[in-house]
Design a protein around this ligand. Structure first.
Ligand SMILES: [Zn+2]
Length: 358
């Protein structure tokens, strides 16, 4: 019996020791693989652009509607984003350059829905020539200079004349900026389910974007992050935030994540990881104030709490373990209460202001 077993073991060892492919998989050639790699990279860029535009459309409403909560952290807002050949790095630079016909000049990448830029009929693809007669430079620092000029000219909220090239002809577009919170919203390309605010910027990760099922869910997260910035949970001056640019592509994100605390709000919540950015109280405040901002931006808040059930399913630890964030059941219940409070105020026709501590 013992002998039989040991010979069986030997046989098994022999078999497992000689494992090699049994079938003939198709041979691949380099040209086909390279061509496919290119196609897949183009898909990545297209997916990034789709997400970027969705995020900016939702954020546009939130940063303008949240203005009452942002104190002196406000700016003039146009509602357009631009880019050029240097907006992306390395592989992505070459792909966007050829795919979207980019050079050193700044081209309108996106116009947020219902923004001043949309009302003024600025168009995607327009090349920016001048701002109130100031000629847009090219080369090193041009991006920074353009961002500074735009911010400066928007400050008074009076019409700004932007000359653009469209199909070879110059057009003069007059945009009247509106007041908004002075925070930039960025899309990070990482596949993590996360978002964070650093006092000056709001960063949403692609993994989080993929998780959202509705614009309302996206609005909930952006409003929460805006509330962190608006309520000054992090002193922006202490943080090395991205400067100057209104274009939030991968290039900017690289700078943003290098200098700020990237322990975001969502993927790690409840996981007990040290070094989280905010205390439980700040998180509760961001949920609370964020919901008011979301309502003011015109998003339906009826299903806001449900988001935390979906997050719980995604991260079961967060149901019971409290760390820097409240647990998902606590967040669910608190948000339901806040929704009731807001609905009550709407019914009574009372101003939508968060309640202050007595
Ligand atoms: Zn938070």
């Amino acid at each position: 019996m013992l002998q039989k077993i040991s010979s069986l073991i030997v046989t098994v060892l022999l078999i497992t020791g000689c494992v090699a492919p049994q079938t003939r998989a198709p041979a691949t050639n380099n040209d086909a693989t390279n061509a496919e790699a290119r196609k897949q990279q183009i898909l990545v860029v297209e997916d990034y652009m789709t997400n970027y535009k969705k995020l900016q459309n939702v954020s546009s409403r939130i940063i303008t509607s949240g203005v009452d909560h942002c104190g002196d952290k406000t700016a003039g807002y146009y509602g357009f984003h631009y880019w050029n050949q240097d907006s992306f790095q390395s592989t992505w630079k070459e792909i966007t350059k050829s795919q979207y016909d980019l050079d050193e000049k700044f081209k309108i990448l996106h116009i947020s829905e219902k923004s001043p830029a949309e009302k003024a009929a600025l168009k995607e693809g327009d090349v920016i020539v001048s701002i109130n007669q100031w000629l847009v430079p090219i080369g090193k620092d041009a991006n920074k200079q353009l961002a500074q000029k735009l911010a400066e000219q928007a400050r008074g909220l009076s019409p700004v004349e932007i000359a653009v090239l469209r199909e070879g002809a110059e057009h003069k577009i007059s945009i009247t900026p509106v007041k908004s919170c002075d925070f930039q919203v960025h899309l990070a390309s990482d596949d993590t389910k996360n978002a964070y605010a650093d006092g000056k910027n709001i960063v949403v990760y692609k993994g989080m974007m993929d998780f959202f099922r509705t614009d309302e869910e996206m609005a909930l997260v952006v409003s929460h992050e805006l509330a962190h910035n608006a309520m000054q949970h992090i002193d922006a001056k202490k943080k090395n935030a991205t400067a100057g640019s209104i274009l939030g592509l991968i290039l900017d994100i690289a700078a943003a994540t290098a200098g700020v605390n990237t322990n975001g709000d969502f993927s790690r919540m409840g996981a007990g990881i040290a070094g989280n950015a905010y205390s439980v109280e700040f998180e509760q405040e961001a949920d609370y104030v964020g919901l008011y901002i979301m309502q003011k931006a015109g998003f339906n808040i009826d299903n806001a709490a449900g988001f935390w059930r979906r997050m719980a399913v995604n991260n079961a630890q967060a149901i019971t373990i409290k760390s820097s964030h409240p647990t998902t059941p606590e967040r669910f219940v608190a948000i339901e209460e806040t929704v009731k409070e807001i609905k009550g105020k709407i019914e009574k026709g009372v101003a939508l202001n968060p309640e202050l501590k007595k």
